[in-house]
Design a protein around this ligand. Structure first.
Ligand code: DC
Length: 220
């Protein structure tokens, strides 16, 4: 079974999805982390698309979720921290817009979710990747609220970045993610919209958990 949460950067979907996975004891999949992984590989290929796609074919990508962290490795190298840098932030929408990148990440995700129950979060999961997901959520929040959240996160990681820079990056990414030709960020018609601008974290988690629990109950 698969439950998806889509939404723009900083809407709260990944922290919420992780908390829901912990509370309901289900698997968690961070599709943005996979696009970030491809972006790191692209940067390390010297932004050369031919070399980048060659590298993708040669290296294996693996991931798992444990105690609040989605871990990613390329071969044996753990890149969990390297995929969260400002440089990766600044290039990820470009890499994620390449149809070959999307095909690659979608295949990885489909292979992963074959067994067990998963909550996955991203931009196009309810529309393009898992159109038959059992439950779909679309999380939104005001741009200022989202920028403040991301800024706090980056500062906590020791990044030297201003709130203004973070806000600009978020606006730019929103535009690129929602205007790209291939599988843009979009609410699926059957997704439940959750506006988190004025919700506490606990309210977001409780809302989604109760929808999932109700769904499980009506199915059994
Ligand atoms: O959720 P995030 O900020 O870690 O996502 C990083 C980028 O990956 C985001 O700018 C857009 C892209 N992305 C995507 O295009 N499709 C997804 N399903 C998930 C993320």
């Amino acid at each position: 079974m698969i439950i998806v949460i889509d939404g723009p950067a900083g809407s709260g979907k990944s922290s919420t999805a992780r908390a829901v996975a912990d509370k309901l004891d289900i698997q968690y999949l961070d599709s943005g982390a996979l696009y970030r992984t491809l972006t790191l590989m692209y940067l390390e290929s010297g932004k050369d698309k031919t070399k980048f796609f060659e590298l993708l074919n040669r290296k294996s990508i693996s991931f798992f979720y444990e105690e609040g962290t989605f871990h990613v490795s390329v071969g044996k190298r753990d890149i969990t921290e390297q995929i969260r840098t400002v440089e990766v932030n600044n290039h990820v929408s470009t890499v994620a817009a390449l149809p070959k990148s999307r095909q690659f990440v979608n295949n990885l995700m489909h292979q992963a979710v074959q067994k067990e129950t998963w909550i996955a979060e991203g931009r196009d999961l309810g529309t393009a990747v898992f159109p038959d997901a059992e439950l779909k959520f679309f999380m939104v929040a005001d741009t200022d609220v989202r920028a403040e959240r991301r800024h706090r996160e980056l500062k906590a990681q020791g990044a030297d970045v201003t709130l203004d820079e973070v806000k600009r990056n978020i606006i730019e990414r929103d535009q690129k993610d929602s205007r790209r030709k291939k599988d843009p960020l979009k609410k699926a018609p059957d997704a439940v919209e959750v506006d988190t601008s004025e919700m506490t974290f606990e309210q977001q988690v409780d809302f989604i958990c109760s929808r999932i629990t109700n769904k499980f109950e009506t199915q059994t």
